[in-house]
Design a protein around this ligand. Sequence first.
Ligand code: C2E
Ligand code: MG
Ligand code: MG
Length: 251
Amino acid sequence: MENYSRLAAELPHAVARGEIVAYYQPQFDIITNEIVAAEALARWVHPELGLIGPVDFIPLAEEFGVIDELGDHMIALSCEAARDWQRQGHPIEVAVNVSALQLGDPEFVTRVLTTVESYGLPPNRLTIEVTESTEIIDVSAVAERLDWLRSVGVTISVDDFGTGHSSVAQVLDLRATELKIDQSLTQDDTVTARTLLAAVVGFANDKGLRVVAEGIETAPQLERVRQLRCDRAQGYLLGRPVAKAAFDLLL
Ligand code: C2E
Ligand code: MG
Ligand code: MG
């Protein structure tokens, strides 16, 4: 992969040059159909290669020690965006993806809270989405850090639920307050998948977790998660990830 080493070499400078931006995808309340949150998704606006998606550079950032800087940048962009939306009269929430490696840093929480405060954002406007793309090494230390965030009102979400990357154990260990159901579950129309989906939502309701259904692409999929009483829906049917200016117009 020729691009691999090129991107690896350029990534450390990309954040400083302002080439890493956030796209925002709307999350809808399943009852009112209103936009209640935006998920921030990283994009690399490369001067020569164009728009690069996170699957092509987040693993590099993790591997080459740039993930903390990149992650802090994404949190700052997201808090700034949420502050803008609040000023525009739309006090919606913002959700940021955080890698397990970021949570391994003891200073992570302090930096998040400093950022939230510096934008004057109520902490309950922020959601941290945890994906276990790399294994969480010290689960109890990470859980304690997340406890701290949760205690001030930050939502702790377990992303990609229903894939190999997240499990019931992880939800319980991290004392999550939200569960994001992966598209592999919400899009699958087989009886097995539907049974599993219903069981997952039942579990979440039982534990008092907020449930977001991801990857909603069709009206029947939306109807299914609505009948199961998921709280929120997100997906191409409802809105694709777009740049900040385009999201402003959406609101
Ligand atoms: P994710 O957090 O599960 O985000 C959802 C992904 O599914 C996004 O891909 C989004 O564009 C895509 N998606 C949304 N709705 C639909 C739909 O209806 N159908 C289909 N087929 N796809 C849909 P994206 O933006 O390429 O992000 C991929 C993954 O990269 C994210 O998955 C997340 O795990 C990771 N990621 C993105 N931004 C960041 C970041 O700032 N930091 C970290 N650590 N990871 C990030
Ligand atoms: Mg996510
Ligand atoms: Mg996901």
